[in-house]
Ligand binder design. Structure first.
Ligand code: C2G
Length: 156
């Protein structure tokens, strides 16, 4: 039994931080002593064809403030994983099952684990529901706010 501190790493955009992200990071902390999270930069997200709402500087600040996270680094390319694993002496690479099989090649460098995703939540879903709100005609929104204003006054 080595008393070597176990190090785990994951990669992601972590846009609109939500419970699915939190559950994953909490899970990582239960699997290792040190959790490193590589947060995709805005430029790298363009390569992933992923549009984000929250800019990188804010996304990485949020991630590094999570109690389960010990270190947050930028993810700038698909190819940095092997050098990160060597640089940080990583024992486990972990990521959600949506990537199942995509990173098996990393098993030459460390253990590779695909974790169950949290159902019913994703940044894409949040963006979709925000978009549907924006598609409500302005006049209808105006009427709704007028009604809310009347109700607010009644409650005063
Ligand atoms: N996740 C989850 N449950 C959800 C949503 C996301 O467990 N409901 C996990 C994903 O599986 C991923 C992590 O949270 O492991 C971050 O999700 P994204 O920000 O969507 O990450 P992604 O854009 O897939 O980036 O090089 C790898 C990529 O950077 C991964």
């Amino acid at each position: 039994m080595t008393n070597q501190k176990k190090i785990i790493i994951t990669y992601g955009t972590f846009d609109m931080f939500h419970i699915g992200h939190l559950n994953l990071l909490k899970r990582l902390k239960s699997m290792a002593d040190t959790v490193i999270v590589a947060v995709s930069t805005d430029e790298f997200n363009l390569q992933k064809n992923k549009r984000t709402i929250i800019p990188f500087e804010q996304r990485i600040k949020i991630v590094e403030s999570i109690q389960y996270v010990d270190k947050a680094i930028p993810e700038i390319s698909w190819d940095q994983k092997t050098s990160d694993i060597e640089k940080y002496n990583v024992d486990i690479f972990a990521i959600g099952k949506d990537w199942e099989g995509k990173f098996d090649f990393l098993s030459d460098y460390c253990e590779v684990v695909y974790l169950t995703r949290t159902k019913g939540i994703s940044s894409t879903e949040i963006k979709k529901s925000l978009k549907s709100l924006l598609s409500i005609p302005h006049a209808e929104l105006r009427r709704a706010f007028d009604i809310l204003e009347i109700l607010r006054k009644d409650l005063e």
